[in-house]
Design a binder for this molecule. Structure first.
Ligand SMILES: *Cc1c(COP(=O)(O)O)cnc(C)c1O
Length: 350
């Protein structure tokens, strides 16, 4: 006998990427965090918000995070009524499925992509349909009319790296009868993004994260851009104080410092291209990536062996046991120095 809902009792918990306790003694390239620090203005803003006596912490933060929506609206070119802030983009992905999908209804996503979608579907009691990818990076067998209530499209794709073209995404939006969520967590590292489709297609929602490109994974900040009626629904569902005071201060400062963001992303993309070329020169197969990571396959196609060899040298990358991914590794792009050390280790491992 259990007191739990059957679907919760039966589901597997999501397993986040490994965070070693002695984190500073590792080269940590397993969860696509940013190896650079956030903008110095973020630190200043958080320290100012905290004050010397923590005096502001005894009052609730802004419930609507309105200042953040205004700043994000400016940057992305939308009225603030099209924007909602989230305690990490994971929160808004969760609230989207709660807003749109009833128990027993269908959601879809591409496999491989972000495995948290499966967890969210299980919590909601939704049915899941997954689609593979073709060699030319389209969705295999996507129907002329996709009848599910919601489809998650990760673009650029993680863990593989390529982004879908804007024309192709627009076509998918027209083929979806429900909502198409574009998880653009990695868009700041990509050549383009699909922001214009939010205006063009009434069923498109975009989610963004400050975890990777803004180097703020520890602050838990994300957002969604969508039509005001969808934003209003998400506002009904979220925790009313979903962003704490320090996170709100950090977010405003981070969003305002676009030159810092752009310089950091440029450096990471340059390192990504250099590292990809070097890996190919030692016999690796590397999928061209638009994110801050590459999916790379060693010459003997034994991803596990290389993962373990790197682990023994205190270099942490991501290996997936999924049959579609088991041959390779997802390696986050850190600083140039970290990638030089990783490359030297890989050359030695063979
Ligand atoms: C990291 C990641 C997220 C979660 O981002 P948070 O803002 O840290 O919650 C969502 N989607 C994808 C594809 C990711 O890689």
């Amino acid at each position: 006998m259990t007191y739990l809902r059957p679907s919760i009792d039966a589901m597997e918990a999501y397993v986040p990427g490994f965070q070693p306790p002695d984190i500073t003694s590792w080269i940590k390239l397993n969860t696509n965090e940013n190896s650079y620090p956030p903008s110095p203005k973020v630190v200043e803003a958080v320290v100012a918000e905290l004050g010397t006596d923590g005096k502001r912490l005894h009052t609730y933060p802004s419930a609507s995070s309105q200042q953040l929506r205004d700043v994000a609206g400016d940057i992305f070119g939308f009225d603030p009524s099209w924007i909602i802030m989230a305690n990490g983009s994971d929160e808004v992905l969760n609230n989207l499925i709660r807003a749109v999908v009833s128990e027993g209804e269908e959601i879809g996503y591409v496999h491989p992509s972000y495995s948290y979608y499966a967890t969210l579907a299980a919590i909601q009691g939704a049915r899941v349909k997954t689609y593979g990818l073709t060699d030319d990076f389209c969705i295999a067998g996507f129907p002329e009319r996709y009848p599910g209530k919601l489809f998650f499209l990760t673009t650029p794709n993680a863990p593989l790296g390529p982004a879908f073209s804007i024309d192709y995404i627009e076509e998918l939006a027209r083929r979806c009868e429900g909502v198409l969520v574009l998880d653009e967590t990695y868009a700041d590292f990509a050549e383009g993004n699909a922001l214009e489709l939010v205006r063009k297609c009434d069923n498109v929602v975009i989610t963004r994260s400050l975890s990777k490109s803004y180097a703020l994974a520890g602050m838990r900040l994300g957002l969604a851009i969508a039509r005001p009626e969808i934003i209003a629904a998400l506002d009904k569902i979220r925790d009313h104080y979903n962003l704490d005071r320090l996170a709100q201060a950090a977010c405003v400062a981070a969003l305002k410092d676009q030159p810092y963001l752009k310089a950091m992303c440029r450096a990471i993309c340059e390192t990504r291209e250099w590292f990809s070329g070097q890996l190919r020169s030692i016999g690796y197969d590397v999928i061209p990536s638009q994110g801050n990571y590459v999916f790379a396959t060693p010459p003997d196609r034994n991803g596990k062996r290389v993962y373990e060899e790197l682990y023994g040298r205190k270099i942490l990358v991501r290996h997936f046991s999924d049959p579609l991914l088991v041959h390779g590794l997802r390696i986050s792009i850190g600083t140039r120095e970290e990638m030089e050390m990783t490359l030297a280790a890989l050359a030695e491992i063979g």
